[in-house]
Design a protein around this ligand. Structure first.
Ligand SMILES: Nc1ncnc2c1ncn2[C@@H]1O[C@H](COP(=O)(O)OP(=O)(O)OP(=O)(O)O)[C@@H](O)[C@H]1O
Ligand SMILES: [Mg+2]
Length: 171
């Protein structure tokens, strides 16, 4: 039987470390000759979800699209790494139902530290009111209730982030 891929679903506040971890994990899996596709919110928002905004309705639609995309890839043997804020538990639960081998990874970082990092200057814009629907400032982020993995990026190095995922895979 053809083996289905894993779906690593990285969720967390802006600047928590989703993209950073997803790239590291991709490199690790590639080195193991696994096929892998990264689905990053920043890229998806410029492509398949170019038509969507950041209202709750549009955010949910975006998460559902990414879930279906991840499913199609995973069903065909591709390991998928999703890096998406995906702020709502209900939407992540939807993705869990849709995708085979779903691994929810909570990329945990305090809002204070995320604001300090502010690598794209988005928190600053949101705090000044130049963006009105930014997660962590005006929009809510619902912490995962039962993630398979939690990675505290405030306490760990990026090397240790990866070790936590590898340890989980070994179990
Ligand atoms: N342990 C860690 N894991 C991941 N990132 C870390 C860690 N420690 C510090 N960082 C830093 O935090 C920042 C995280 O940025 P990154 O783009 O990965 O966030 P993101 O969650 O993808 O944000 P966004 O939702 O805006 O795309 C990077 O500058 C990274 O170097
Ligand atoms: Mg990112």
């Amino acid at each position: 039987m053809y083996k289905k891929g894993l779906v690593f679903w990285l969720t967390g506040l802006p600047c928590s470390g989703k993209t950073t971890i997803s790239k590291k994990l991709k490199k690790y899996l590639k080195n193991k000759s696994e096929s892998v596709q990264r689905l990053d919110g920043d890229i998806l928002r410029k492509t398949i979800s170019k038509d969507l905004g950041f209202s709750k309705k549009d955010r949910i639609k975006n998460i559902h699209r990414v879930a279906y995309l991840a499913k199609i890839l995973a069903d065909n043997g591709v390991n998928v790494i999703v890096a998406l804020i995906s702020p709502y538990q209900k939407s992540r639960d939807f993705a869990r139902k849709v995708c085979p081998n779903f691994i929810e990874i909570y990329v945990k970082c305090s809002i204070e530290e995320c604001k300090r990092r502010d690598i794209k200057g988005m928190y600053e814009k949101a705090l000044k009111g130049k963006i009105i629907d930014f997660t962590g400032v005006q929009d809510s982020y619902e912490e995962p209730q039962n993630p398979e993995i939690t990675i505290d990026t405030e306490k760990l190095s990026t090397e240790d982030d990866l070790k936590i995922i590898i340890n989980y895979l070994k179990k």
